[in-house]
Design a protein around this ligand. Structure first.
Ligand code: CTP
Ligand code: CA
Length: 223
């Protein structure tokens, strides 16, 4: 029993994870998206499942495959991801938002393919809903983890996100470093917790970053 518990420290826990980009439709054939591959979120989901957790993975469009038992919920837009997250949040113990959610979407979606003309063309955008901030407002006992992607004043901006979104932990991604971030197999992260303890980590594979993140989750249950 002790052996199983140490190998499956998240047995009996439910974890909600978001991954991938979102696509915001412009017309029936076009969208606004981003370069997220979903790898970080899928690696977190696999690792959580390996540790015995029941995993609900809500993902935007990616080419990733799950390697361990995971309940995969496919979505396309930020609004769909928002709806699915709110569907499950009440029943989970942990939520980890690793998705690169679009901040803006076209205000109107054309029902027909937009034709080119000689005139200039622009698209009016409006804000999407912030999923993580909304979960932060609804939070009761859940351990809530967000990511932050910053290119300047990294630590200060990440701390502001912890407060604004009511997080327990933020994973700050350093895009500045060679070999870290979008489309890369590695990440250079810094953990910052709600008490503003700062823990920089070495550049490592996203699988190993996922292990580090789940280690934080396991520790949160032992306190
Ligand atoms: N996030 C979210 N819903 C959104 C936007 C962001 O859930 N509509 C989550 C991301 O999954 C991530 C965290 O919020 O965990 C931070 O995302 P980031 O893009 O770094 O921050 P923003 O709050 O969007 O602010 P900005 O892009 O201006 O830095
Ligand atoms: Ca953003």
């Amino acid at each position: 029993e002790n052996d199983i518990q140490s190998k499956l420290p998240l047995r009996g826990k439910k974890i909600l994870i978001t991954a991938g980009p979102t696509y915001e439709a412009i017309d029936p054939v076009r969208f606004i998206g981003n370069h997220s591959t979903g790898k970080m979120g899928f690696d977190i989901a696999n690792e959580a499942s390996k540790l015995g957790a029941e995993v609900i993975l809500i993902s935007g469009p990616t080419n990733q495959k799950v390697k361990y038992p995971v309940q995969l919920v496919n979505v396309v837009s930020a609004q769909e991801m928002y709806d699915e997250c709110h569907q499950y949040f009440n029943e989970v113990d942990v939520a980890i938002c690793a998705a690169a959610v679009a901040d803006y979407k076209p205000k109107v979606v054309a029902d027909q393919k937009i034709k080119k003309s000689d005139a200039e063309f622009s698209i009016e955008l409006e804000k999407t809903k912030d999923i993580l901030a909304s979960l932060g407002k609804l939070k009761r006992n859940q351990f809530l983890i967000g990511f932050a992607l910053e290119t300047e004043n990294e630590i200060e901006n990440a701390k502001l996100k912890i407060q604004k979104k009511n997080l327990d932990l933020i994973v700050l991604n350093s895009l500045n470093d060679e070999g870290a971030g979008f489309g890369k197999p590695t990440n250079k992260i810094t953990f910052i917790d709600k008490n503003f303890n700062i823990e920089p980590r070495e550049l490592k594979s996203k699988e190993l970053v996922a292990e580090d993140i789940l280690e934080k989750v396991v520790l949160s249950f032992n306190n």
